[in-house]
Design a protein around this ligand. Structure first.
Ligand code: ADP
Length: 442
């Protein structure tokens, strides 16, 4: 820019000086000076005119000299940078758009009124919506009642599994994600293959367990018969027989628990199975069994049970879940420890709680306790007759009852296992499926 100013002043001096010199020849210096200045102003006017015409940056004609030329140069460079940025941004947008279009999950952008604003290719495949459907409501395409119910409930927190409206044999997992001020992203994933795989795995486990049941019963029968004749054997043989009986019993328990678990996982609870459960009576029976299990250990088992509080549920399943928790408290609480069973109505719903003063569980284990065969201490679990499946059973029973399991524990101080059944207790397939989808184990 400095050069431009030098050029500009040189022009001025040249025009004024030249005019004055020529004026001096005619003995009219002042008139010559004014004329020179006029010529300079005229030239400046011409150059500013060119600058104005070129200011859009599209005209790449050679720039005028002096300051207008320098200004034009600057404008041109700014335009170039702006163009390059635009180009880059357009390229970036195009790449984003292309990648969003080719995401294998069906993706639809919805506004607050649930109207479709944008969709990718997979959405056409999976939801049956096309570009021409922009502006139409998504529930006009996903007509399943469970979709409507899901939207009315709390869709941002739960995953919904439904059949694809295009092909009933395909299962979709839907997620709704709010973003920006008033937009939502609906993402549909085809989980048909995953579900098939899960079904194969569940069938396999169920079949194996079922197949093992009969030979195990036969073997256990023989071992029992041999045990009855124990007097005829030497002490070592008696020990072996006792061990065989214990291991046989352990295998039987594992098989029974696996069969129960697979039934809980694979069947949807029917309304007809639900009845009015007298929970207090149920817990009294469990507490009595817990006293027997405690035996010589003489745990103090306190009951704080509301005798009038009942709930709708499947008695056999609740019995299984509650007894697993109570027996765990006995198994993992040293002799003489305190165990409290509580059944009460709380603000969050009906609550069954087992509090013990036992070993407690380190924090890191708590999120994994309901996984099949997850044990904090395998040796202790086995020695106490555990199968590692108890809490998995509890979790599934609670899911089928619209409930949840909360675990609080402190190492060395004790644990609290709490089953919460929210007031709005429905055995609806929908809520079962929601939770199942969220809480499925790896
Ligand atoms: P298990 O048959 O081994 O008891 P569970 O699924 O019932 O299997 O429990 C899983 C693990 O959780 C147990 O192995 C134990 O380590 C831990 N656990 C369960 N309940 C308690 C409790 N009340 N106190 C301490 N640890 C517990």
């Amino acid at each position: 820019m400095r050069d431009a100013w030098v050029q500009e002043y040189s022009l001025l001096v040249l025009a004024a000086g030249g005019g004055a010199l020529i004026g001096a020849v005619f003995e009219a210096v002042l008139a010559g000076l004014v004329l020179g200045l006029l010529i300079y102003v005229l030239f400046l006017h011409l150059r500013l005119g060119r600058l104005l015409r070129n200011s859009t940056g599209h005209n790449w004609a050679s720039p005028p000299i002096g300051v207008p030329g320098a200004i034009q140069g600057r404008v041109r460079r700014a335009w170039r940078r702006w163009f390059a940025r635009q180009h880059r941004l357009i390229g970036l947008l195009r790449r984003y758009h292309d990648s969003a279009m080719s995401i294998p999950d069906a993706t639809v952008v919805l506004n607050q009124k649930l109207e479709i604003e944008w969709l990718n290719r997979a959405a056409t495949d999976v939801f049956g919506v096309g570009r021409r459907d922009r502006g139409l409501r998504i529930d006009g395409f996903l007509r399943s009642p469970s979709f409507g119910e899901w939207l009315r409930q709390d869709p941002f927190d739960h995953v919904l599994e439904i059949a694809s409206p295009v092909d009933e044999s395909r299962q979709l997992s839907l997620r709704l994600q709010p973003y920006g001020d008033d937009r939502m992203l609906l993402v549909g994933r085809d989980i048909t293959a995953l579900q098939r795989l899960q079904a194969v795995r569940q069938d396999f486990v169920a079949n194996v367990s079922h197949e093992l049941r009969t030979p195990l019963t036969v073997l256990a029968g023989y071992v029992e018969t041999l045990n009855d004749m124990a007097d005829e054997f030497d002490p070592q043989m008696r020990r072996i027989l006792l061990n065989m009986q214990q291991q046989g019993e352990r295998m039987r328990r594992i098989v029974e628990d696996l069969l129960l678990l697979s039934r809980l996982e694979t069947t949807v609870p029917q309304e007809s199975q639900f009845e009015d459960v007298p929970v207090a009576d149920l817990l009294e029976g469990i507490a009595h069994d817990a006293d027997l299990l405690s035996g010589e250990d003489r745990h103090v088992i306190a009951r704080e049970i509301d005798p009038t509080l009942r709930m709708r549920g499947i008695t056999r399943e609740l019995q299984s879940a509650f007894s697993n928790l109570v027996f765990n408290a006995v198994k993992y609480t040293p002799a003489g420890g305190h165990i409290t069973l509580r059944w009460r109505l709380a603000p969050e719903g009906r609550v069954f709680e087992v509090v013990d003063t036992g070993l407690g569980i380190d924090r890191q284990h708590i999120p994994r306790l309901t996984e099949r065969f997850y044990r904090v201490d395998v040796g202790r679990s086995r020695s106490r007759g555990g199968t590692g499946l108890g809490l998995a059973i509890v979790k599934h029973v609670l899911l089928r009852h619209g409930g949840r399991l909360e675990i609080e524990s402190e190492l060395g101080r004790g644990s609290c296992f709490r089953c919460v059944f929210p007031e709005k207790l429905e055995s609806s397939t929908l809520s079962y499926k929601f939770n199942n989808a969220v809480m499925n184990e790896p």
